[in-house]
Ligand binder design. Sequence first.
Ligand SMILES: [Zn+2]
Ligand SMILES: [Zn+2]
Length: 878
Amino acid sequence: MTVTLPSVYSPQEVERKWYKYWEENGFFHTEPDEREPFCIVMPPPNVTGQLHMGHALDNTMQDILTRYKRMQGFNTLWLPGTDHAGIATQAKVEEELRKEGLTKDDLGREKFLERVWAWKENYGNRITEQLRTLGASCDWKRERFTLDEGCSEAVKEVFLRLYEKGLIYRDYYITNWCPHCKTTISDIEVEHLEREGKLYYINYPLEDGSGYLTVATTRPETMLGDTAVAVHPEDERYRELIGKNVILPLVNRPIPVIADEYVDKEFGTGAVKITPAHDPNDFEVGLRHKLPQVVVLDDNAVMNENAGKYRGLDRYEARKKIVEDLKDLGLLVKEEEITHSVGHCYRCDTVIEPRLSKQWFVKMKPLAEPAIEAALTGKVKFVPERFTKIYLNWLYNIRDWCISRQLWWGHRIPVWYCDECGEVIPSREEVKSCPKCQSTKVHQDPDVLDTWFSSALWPFSTLGWPQNTEELKYYYPTSVLVTGRDIIFFWVARMLFMGLEFMKEVPFKEVLIHGLVLDAQGRKMSKSLGNGVDPVEVIASHGADSLRFMLVTGNTPGNDLRFHFERLDGARNFANKLWNASRFVLMNLEGFTPQGIKQEELTLADRWILARLNAVIDRVTAFLDEYELGEAARELYEFIWDEFCDWYVELTKPRLYGKMPGGDTAREVLYAVLKTTLELLHPFMPFITEEIWQRLPHEGKTIMLAPWPKGRADYENPEAVKQMSSLMEVIREIRRLRAEVNVPPAKRGEVILVTADEQLTRLLNENAWAIAALAQSEPRVVPKMEVPQGALTGVAAGVTIYLPLKDLIDLEKEKERLNKELKKVLAEIERLNQKLNNPGFLAKAPAEVVNKEREKLTGFYREKEVLEQRIGMLSHEL
Ligand SMILES: [Zn+2]
Ligand SMILES: [Zn+2]
């Protein structure tokens, strides 16, 4: 039995209802069994986050693949979760405290962390609720959090095993320090932006009083930490000075002149100050020459006790003051305006301060090698392939990974220190006393691990590692990772080397990379531009199905896509089109029980639509297997909109209304095609398809678990496709001719179809009713005929078409109308000619504008020709 549909589709109501039904019935949940597994781990969004367009795209793609594979009969697990997002979350809670006039230090570590957990309980499920409104069919019963007990155990275990293997070490190092976030951030979290700045030339007096050595720097405040001046060993200008001392101005400390290949002879004066504690290159030079490392800035980027009289000044105030003092001493040679690249914190936009501090590192070379090999040997494949190169380049040039962060919110580093003997004690358990000297004066490292350390373990920690669970054995390695191209380094590469190290297998066989969602003008969506589109609002106004369809149709793997509201409206119109056609079908299926299609009763249109359905099943399936989700969606769009709604449904009407025999067969075919099409469309538009499918005769509780459609050999019918396409061409041409002279749509008249081909003649005669129904024209098929008087002529599919106008339109009126048109066109031609002959315009207007006007003129000339022809034709026949 069927149930009719309401006249208007309201996605909001429908979407809520079905999501609840799916989740409550456990359709998303799965357990290991004897079927073949298909598993995706969701890139965990920040627990502080709100759904943005990037998430909407990313998760729509994952949901499409998940629903597709589930219908294909795979044991399909899409594993969701959230990321504790160290800096972001801690900053949110600190901001909240600030409003209460408190800092985290007022609360202390333990109380502060309680506050963060409380915050997480309150707001942490916002994003997972939003993912539900998008239709995400992930297994919420398996939802994980990077800071939950299991993930924390995995993190500790990985840290200690790497430590025991000698792959984790602690050292002084130059790291990127964000004075605002007050933590070290990794190289890839630094955004390099072009900024205006100054290059200061400063004279450093030679110790022997014989002159000066001039150095150039953009950060004069760091000179207080200089421990050498370096020149190139082959630089003739300075050969004599190597080994001598200069006096560091303002500090009056002698520092050596050294020779190092790193120096660029062409830059500035060819002599550079070396500040090992505040510059990554200088740090390396310092190590080579065993130079002291003098730190002059504190955690807030304020000058410290090593800065003498500048102590307590902010870095920029200190810069000003130092430049003034150098001027007074006559040591400032000149200032040069320059544009240079300056590192900024990607979270807060503060200028990064390279700074020396003791940090924990992961030694990358040994871990990177298997990750490189996995890509080279195809154990992991990137889609599109071009991203393999980007991934490999990063791994070839990889530096050790600084994993400690000076935060409280995160996985605390599982290392204790003995205050008495200095012993370093890595441990799985809480350490109460020193194993070496038995002192109870021990303390745990205050730092936490980089958030990406825990997300790097996500594909196996979420499946139960370090325990060897059923899930881990069954679902690992996972099938495909879907993610944005912006986190290939942050995340994808790290999951790969961690997975290879601890599971001895890649974490996923394929990586499907997508681009960013840009605004309509192709700009990145950002808070500061105010050009972001909120997916939650779009879902409220247009429905999740429309948003999903819009995101996926504009999209080819790896490329950015632009968000156009017109395209969103287009997706909604598509949903409405499907709804209206389905409504029509359902009304006509009242009292219908499917009996199966009887081949011998099928008409040409039936055989055609079934053959086309077969082709669509094959193509959609093939596109989905190649991750061409946009192509699959386009295929469905065209089939549903054009072939099914505009042609097939229209062609069934005479039969359904009893004007022609075969109504029951039409119902069988309508039912079969609609139901199958809904199943094909379900992964893209899960809600509307469920809503309609449930009202059609069906088996099972949900379209979600309906078997994925398969083509049927007995539906193959190239002959029917060929014939139908000829018939459609003829009908289209008749419609075009009628439209050309403004025949009122309901006005019926004769059309003469001329063909000597016997097959075509039979086809046209047998389907004369279709031509009458779809082109309001009674066809007369003849083998030969001269052009009749007063008829439009067209050709389609080898058939010559004459459309006599006498009975269709008022010829006088039409002529009048055409003459009016012609007058307008002539006026435009006149105007444009004048403009284009005006030397003033030609001189001033940009070439682009001139070309556009020329194009317009050509267009008008073409129109003029057509109008004159048409008028001539009408006049001739009177
Ligand atoms: Zn920052
Ligand atoms: Zn000790």
